[in-house]
Design a protein around this ligand. Structure first.
Ligand SMILES: C[C@](O)(CO)[C@H](O)COP(=O)(O)OP(=O)(O)OC[C@H]1O[C@@H](n2ccc(N)nc2=O)[C@H](O)[C@@H]1O
Ligand SMILES: Nc1ncnc2c1ncn2[C@@H]1O[C@H](COP(=O)(O)OP(=O)(O)OP(=O)(O)O)[C@@H](O)[C@H]1O
Length: 277
């Protein structure tokens, strides 16, 4: 892990059930979370003062301002300043935890740089509900508002085709548009199944944010249809609060072929084929 401390993998909610709402307005979730072998990258080097440089294909969509999650995460740590570089490869505000993944990778990169302690789970939750799971970095079941993480049975090898049309969908607007907030939790997660059987079970679960996100960004339906039409796609679903959607496959070749097919038809859409880590 140490050599790859700065890797900020995309977070994918294979299922996401909204089961309630707290008095402060945050929603209670029950989600099966995995990470993909595609992501942003944080580099940290000792320096006389804090700085942040942003590069990469989506770097232009973000400012290196003090409220960038990279700098907010860095300020939670107890240690000397560093020069930070964010290589932004994931689309911004897209339901795959880009900002949360960057925050977690910043904490890991600074810890790797000089051994400063990682902040507590309570402290990182203040950066965003997805930051604890991104710091954990392992497939897990996530509940509460994002702070309760429990281990999963081993999953079969799976590959993803990730797809984003470029429309940013703000998370608060999607939660506001939810019709029901008291949905059933996840069912029992099956053990020892192959990819097809696991995906068939996953198909009986949901992303409760998919319908409200699709109302805000109807292109999500088009993305799901495009994934469903690819060969070997077991399941097509939206991740998080959208708009990124994923297709699930049993091989690297099938996920790659899906990404190639979709990017030929929609050259302006972001696509990536990647393993579930
Ligand atoms: C939808 C998920 O992506 C699922 O993994 C996450 O719960 C969202 O995590 P995040 O982007 O880190 O969210 P935050 O930055 O903490 O919250 C953004 C906004 O989403 C809403 N929000 C978020 C998480 C949660 N459990 N309930 C909520 O109602 C709140 O309106 C909040 O103001
Ligand atoms: N380093 C960063 N990367 C991405 N977004 C950032 C970053 N810092 C601040 N932000 C802000 O955070 C907001 C959410 O971006 P992010 O990419 O984390 O959303 P998301 O993919 O929908 O996350 P989630 O799946 O956790 O809901 C954006 O509006 C963006 O302006």
């Amino acid at each position: 892990m140490a050599a790859d401390a700065g890797f900020a993998p995309a977070k994918v909610n294979l299922a996401l059930h909204v089961t309630g709402r707290r008095d402060d307005g945050y929603h209670l979730l029950d989600s099966l979370v995995v990470f993909a072998g595609v992501g942003d990258r944080i580099d940290a080097r000792p320096a006389g003062e804090w700085s942040l440089e942003i590069i990469g294909p989506f770097g232009g969509d973000l400012a290196a301002a003090p409220d960038n999650l990279v700098l907010r995460a860095a300020r939670l740590t107890d240690g000397p300043p560093a020069a930070l570089t964010l290589d932004k490869r994931l689309p911004v505000a897209s339901g795959i935890g880009g900002g949360s993944a960057d925050a977690a990778a910043t904490l890991r990169a600074l810890h790797h740089m000089d051994g400063r302690p990682l902040p507590t789970p309570e402290a990182v939750l203040s950066l965003g509900a997805d930051v604890p799971v991104c710091l954990h970095g392992q497939p897990c079941r996530m509940s509460g508002i994002g702070e309760t993480l429990s281990p999963l049975p081993a999953l079969p090898p799976l590959w993803l085709c990730l797809l984003n049309s470029g429309e940013a969908v703000p998370t608060p607007a999607v939660f506001r548009a939810l019709e029901r907030r008291d949905n059933r939790p996840l069912g029992t997660i099956p053990e020892g199944r192959d990819a097809a059987e696991f995906a068939a079970w996953l198909g009986t679960q949901r992303n409760d944010l998919q319908a409200p996100a699709t109302q805000i960004a109807p292109v999500i339906s088009e993305a799901l249809d495009a994934l469903t039409a690819t060969e070997g796609c077991f399941l097509a679903r939206m991740s998080g609060s959208g708009a990124t959607c994923f297709g699930l496959y049993a091989s690297d070749a099938a996920a790659e072929a899906a990404a190639n097919k979709i990017s030929a038809a929609h050259p302006d859409w972001w696509t990536a084929a990647a393993p579930v880590l």
